[in-house]
Write a protein that binds this ligand. Sequence first.
Ligand code: SAH
Ligand code: SF4
Ligand code: F3S
Length: 481
Amino acid sequence: MTKKLYIKTYGCQMNVYDSERMADVLAPLGYGLSDSPDDADMVILNTCHIREKAAEKVYSDLGRLKPHQQKKAEDGSRMIIAVAGCVAQAEGDEIMARAPQVDMVFGPQTYHRLPEMVSKAKRAVGEKILDTDFPAEDKFDHLPEERVRKGEVTSFLTIQEGCDKFCTFCVVPYTRGSEFSRPATTVLQEARRLVADGVREITLLGQNVNAYHGEGAEGREWGLARLCRELAEIDGLERIRYTTSHPRDVDDALIAAHGDLPKLMPYLHLPVQSGSDRILEAMNRKHTADDYRRIVDRLRTARPDLALTSDFIVGYPGESDQDFADTLKLVTDIGYAGAFFFKYSERPGTPAASLREQVDDAVKSERLSALQQLLESQQEAFNASVVGKTMPILLEKPGKHENQLVGRSPYLQPVHLDIPENRHASMIGTVIDCKISSLSGHSLFAVPIDDAESGTDSATRHNTARPNPSEPSSGQERISA
Ligand code: SAH
Ligand code: SF4
Ligand code: F3S
């Protein structure tokens, strides 16, 4: 690799997957990933348009890149700057106008065209490239098999993109385009390649992942449950997860899969947004709070230990105190293991942005903090409830501290173990039964069950292990807007 590539990823997991794939496309052109923009030959900002703050961040980051770009020019070379992702799709022309230092702007469905775009940008300094097409061809068919990111235990795998649901607050249908599913055969091929490279857990991704309806064997359509069943047949793949699912697309087959597919983890991110029927209807979610309660009941009947997380929006236009109280009531009824919660943010071009009854920011802040308190206490209770239990932990990587490994519980909680460094290589990527010994803040500590049985399970042993500060405090890292 002779050239340095820096990619900054904003937004959802689908952008994380896309950033990795952009690195794969650029590797044959000589670009190697670097973890800082200093001296980079190419910088890609892979952006998110979901809330105003996320979108504005891009412009301030572009400003921050200017001195790096100038220094590179003074040294007689060039830093190509690209804006990709959902802001690029939504505001391509505006980026070009507001940030003349940007060379390339391209949307989420065009990454396979990167080699062409790069060679054009290189040929003519000053020529701007803007590609916000929704091409007829499937970008996934044109991405290289060879992956840059290797040696990881877990991986994302995008199986579905776009959205046709048009919730009134949301930009995704406009930035990602209409819903489509990758053929099951190509998904399975990619999964097998990942497992051959050492991946043990795959998280299937889609904006509405459970609306998946890809072409399967014999030209028949497969739903998500069928796809999970086929993936479960892959030897060496230990765990399957999927995100983000929509309540309307939870079908009988998927509920059954949660009941009888051991590799499908008992953890589900199922956003509800609001507990008020009036607001759910205004949002065009097309289900009621009770519909959601019933779906959760059925899922929990199939898999009693299922941990649930959700997204919530507070202060949607017209949300009254009673509507918000209905949200708190739903949260209390369900009992979440974690959640993301946001103040409603007006997005240009979406139907909700033009509604007159916008909620005052001070009211939004109050509601956000009340909801946060309730969800935090539920998350703490959930984490505390696993202490003393034995759980299979997938060991992922060394912790920040010497002789420490970090893994994940079936419920996506990070778990810290005291394991001597010389055993790390043989243990990373394995699933071992561990006894959860303590909870400190949001961090869980555990002892392998063999050690626990042989009596080395002592408090002092665990006190030597410190949580890794760069790890999310739990699997369900909280974000507030
Ligand atoms: N497809 C998923 C959500 C994708 S967007 C679903 O249907 O649930 C991720 C989350 O961002 C949403 O669940 C919602 O809670 C939040 N979000 C989307 N648009 C928003 C807006 N305009 N203001 C605040 N939060 C928003
Ligand atoms: Fe956005 Fe709604 Fe589609 Fe989710 S289902 S991506 S919230 S429009
Ligand atoms: Fe953001 Fe686009 Fe994902 S708007 S949340 S990066 S689909």
